[in-house]
Design a protein around this ligand. Structure first.
Ligand code: DON
Length: 587
């Protein structure tokens, strides 16, 4: 197992996969496979073993992602001498193949980077509204938002950012040759890979949508229902990845692939043009950086709400004896819920694309403001969201996360997405990749909720080339200027509260990394005025909160958190969330 530490939390898919073989026999669980040829030298990963590895303890370097094959790609890159940025780039391209529900080249995201030189930086490759987008494009004749238009098909897609983001991050901070980072994804797409039970279920559930929103056959639909162990081959995607491998950024935003995107738009009444693609740029931005009890938190700035809200949440709870109250205590849980309520109210009013709206960042995050904001809560009694509006100043649910820590102490935390499961469900014709449905993250009508029940205001209204507000919160926590904790998660609006809880679970409540990720989570987002709790949330705590006046609603899962923790002088611990096929690897 290439030095992987195994534990009883491990699920094995007995399919040895070699990228180099010309024939991969991969029909059902338990089948054995034949390698027909020895590997040519330029081939990428071998031997390849498909194992879901939840918890990993390693000495040198670690990766965690939503799919074991992507984690294997990450480990391979690190072992070839790549740094954390190289690994993160290759893993995202691999996820675009093996985790098509959220891994992508047709979506966008954020990459938070800490380099051992002390540099902290962020790449923003969030999608943008097409140049022809209009403020009311998703309103019906009565002026109400039509979520079918913002969630499905060509109109729901923003201009994709992922390839630009990966290219720009690699150009500035990568180490290995670009083509070496793309090749594993090419191999996986061309030769196919065995799908997990989760993927089979999702593909079957989405079959109707794939058929409805595509005019041509797509790799995700076959005549029989999918089952675990089936092979998913994506030859058109492989050709697209070859364009990206050979021409870098231009292989996507110009030439054949760009024309395929635009033709697909024309066939399906979409808006993205060649000019939109040519003009798209990822931005390197200043991270949100702040201190929390002696730790330095490095997180993502707008157009994600994540970093600012994380600063608000940790700031508000820092005035109270959280650790003394204890993990799972009614007092600590209530405080965290009330902090969440207030922060989400601020988000709705103030946050949007910083290149279009003024965000009063220093006011929103000042300790005086946060102290005053949380002081309105009454211990033992639920506040009501109708009484909490956004603060005033004196001044005028599929996404995926991955974490990497390399042997030199460089760390990368990435969340990227198509928005919900398989994005718009629209596959670019002839190019084999899914487009996002990220336009739904705008406020189609200020004041009306989006897919995640998030209400937004003017700050997040649609405008040409504006980036829609995100909740993605890839985060790195430094201790003594070295990476101590790397985390993030999918989960739409629950992303920020999941990251908040994961950090507090470790820094304040001293839970183990495994517990910090896997224990049931809770979530409050101001509106609707309910506390979402995960299955398995303790009954006694639920009853205590209900007695305070909270309305609780049970949800299947909150987040799918990836985590790496590295206490100084100790082994590195990687944890893949038990809620999915998430898997860690390292050496
Ligand atoms: O950027 C955002 O906040 C959303 N598009 C994320 C969507 C998501 O996490 C879906 N996953 N469950």
């Amino acid at each position: 197992m290439n030095g992987l530490m195994m534990n009883n939390n491990t699920k094995s898919y007995p399919f040895p996969i070699r990228f180099c073989v010309t024939t991969l026999l991969c029909a059902a669980l338990g089948t054995t496979y034949a390698q027909t040829r020895p590997a040519p030298e330029e081939q990428t990963i071998q031997p390849y073993h498909y194992t879901i590895q939840k918890d990993t303890q390693v000495a040198h370097a670690c990766v965690v992602s939503a799919h074991p094959l992507a984690s294997e790609v990450g480990r391979w890159v690190l072992q070839q001498g790549g740094n954390a940025v190289d690994a993160a780039v290759a893993m995202q391209l691999a996820l675009a193949v093996v985790y098509p529900a959220a891994g992508n080249i047709g979506g966008g995201g954020f990459m938070v980077i800490h380099l051992n030189s002390g540099t902290n930086t962020v790449f923003d490759y969030r999608e943008e509204a097409p140049g022809k987008a209009t403020r009311n494009m998703f309103l019906d004749s009565l002026g109400n938002p039509d979520s079918r238009l913002s969630l499905y098909g060509a109109l729901s897609a923003g201009i994709p950012g992922t390839v630009a983001g990966l290219w720009q991050a690699w150009k500035k901070y990568g180490h290995l040759p670009w083509r070496m980072l793309v090749q594993p994804a090419v191999d996986l797409a061309r030769q196919g890979f065995c799908i997990t039970a989760t993927e089979a279920r999702w593909l079957n559930e989405s079959r109707k949508d794939f058929l409805q929103y595509n005019q041509r056959p797509v790799a995700f639909v076959k005549s029989m229902p999918w089952k675990a162990g089936d092979t998913l081959r994506q030859p058109e995607l492989a050709e697209t990845l070859i364009q990206i491998r050979d021409h870098g950024r231009k292989g996507f935003y110009a030439g054949r692939v760009a024309r395929q995107i635009v033709q697909t738009m024309q066939h399906h009444h979409g808006l993205i043009t060649l000019r939109d693609l040519r003009q798209y740029r990822a931005f390197e931005r200043q991270p949100v950086i702040f201190d929390y009890k002696g730790y330095t938190i490095v997180s993502v700035p707008p157009p994600s709400a994540g970093g600012i809200m994380l600063q608000q949440l940790l700031g508000m709870v820092s005035f109270y004896p959280l650790a003394q109250w204890g993990y799972g205590s009614p007092q600590a849980t209530q405080l965290m819920i009330e902090a969440e309520r207030r922060s989400y109210a601020d988000r709705a009013r103030y946050l949007g694309d910083p290149d279009f709206v003024h965000i009063p960042v220093s006011q929103l995050t000042s300790m005086d403001y946060l102290r005053q904001r949380i002081s309105s809560y009454t211990p033992g009694k639920a506040s009501r969201s109708e009484d909490i509006q956004s603060g005033h100043f004196t001044e005028s649910e599929e996404t995926t996360h991955l974490c990497v820590l390399d042997a030199e102490g460089n760390a990368v935390s990435v969340t990227y997405t198509l928005n919900n499961l398989y994005g718009s469900k629209l596959v670019v014709e002839g190019a084999g990749f899914l487009l996002n449905d990220e336009m739904d993250d705008f406020s189609a009508k200020p004041g009306s909720p989006n897919l995640y029940g998030l209400t937004g205001g003017e700050a997040n209204a649609i405008a040409p080339h504006k980036r829609m507000l995100s909740s993605m919160t890839p985060t790195i926590v430094l201790k003594n200027e070295k990476p101590y904790l790397i985390t993030g998660t999918p989960g739409g609006s629950t992303i920020i509260t999941s990251v908040f809880q994961t950090i507090v679970n470790i820094l304040d409540f001293h839970l183990s990394p495994h517990e910090a990720v896997n224990n049931p989570k809770f979530h409050h987002q101001w509106l609707p005025d309910v506390v979402y709790v995960e299955k398995g949330f303790p009954d006694s705590l639920a009853q205590a909160l209900q007695a305070m006046g909270y309305r609780l609603v049970e949800r299947e899962a909150i987040g799918r958190t990836e985590l790496i923790v590295h206490p100084e002088g100790e082994p590195i611990i990687g944890v893949g969330d038990h809620r999915g096929d998430d898997s860690s690897a390292g050496y």
